[in-house]
Design a protein around this ligand. Sequence first.
Ligand code: PLP
Length: 393
Amino acid sequence: MKPNKNYQNIAQSYLFSTIAKKVNEFSAKHPDKKIIRLGIGDVTLPLCSAVVEALKYAAEELGVKETFRGYGPEQGYDFLKEKISQYYSNHNVKLDNDEIFVSDGAKSDLGNILDLFDKDNTVLVPDPVYPVYVDTNTMAGRKILYIDANASNDFLPLPDSSIKADIIYLCSPNNPTGAVYNKEQLKKWIDYANSNNAIILFDSAYECFITDEELPRSIYEIEGAKTCAIEFCSLSKMAGFTGTRCGWTVVPKSLEFDGMNLNKMWLRRQTTKFNGVAYLVQKGAEAVFTPQGQKQITENLDYYKENAKLISEVLTKHNIWHIGGKHSPYIWLKCPNNMNSWEFFDYLLENVQIVGTPGAGFGKNGEGYFRLTSFGSRENTIEAVERLDKFLS
Ligand code: PLP
């Protein structure tokens, strides 16, 4: 047996283990100091009551012969796909139910979708970026090109004719930068993809944070996307499903390459290799899209948005350059006094006991930047902001 040698090429990620090590060392030396963690990408508010009630109801159903469910459709139950399709119609996007595939979250499908593509395709990934795009393609032995996202392009790189790529990853609102593409910018990528026989893998896991009506929440809001883009979305950040696990992937039926239909291929792939999402979880997910569920998750999202606003305000007050936070839970700041990302990490930990994520962990262009998140509690966020304000003054 020959193992997949590509695994030897995956860069070890020391980011979160190094953070944990540094924080543990600091706590051991200063047990009296309270550390505030603004580095996490996980939500902290619990599931809303509409979801909890639906989960309980579904659990009861499963315990009764007449309503018990066994194997379900791998691509998701129609009751949930119907709700997702209505959600898209709120943004004037029309999708057929069989273009929506319910998943256990965006990460799995972002990796699994690569089954549909030849190994010899060239992949284009923005730098800095969510590390899963790079690692999954490295595992498959694909060639990866990087496109620079930096202050000169507002962390929103655009295509040019020199780029030769077949598979393009776009993430908007972006993790880690919080930058969001507008419609004109996305149109440039769509035109590029359509004229170069390329596919866009559009990660919209944070679309629920967008507040500006003019900014696209789905790539399909832009003409031409249905012939070149697959979209990945998730209930993780939208409704606190990071532990419950549910999301969806949209594969339009008009995606045809070399006479092969990607929608049919993905259906075949999922029905062969994926067992589907538990009935119970899909009932919980359905409740997210009811009027009561939407009201409750909006309250939770507003809570995180307010945290982001508080962080952004203190940075603005002290002239620290930053983006994000407005349509994203992430605030991406330039480390002051030309500190590098890890120097600034140590500086914040030592002086104000705030833990964030060094931008360098997301790619070379992240060096000199730092990510803070709004997923903390209000109390902790306020305390962190007060500490920053006092210290920076
Ligand atoms: N895409 C991005 C950009 C993310 O930051 C994350 C998680 O943090 C995911 C996808 C994964 O989401 P899920 O929990 O749905 O797998």
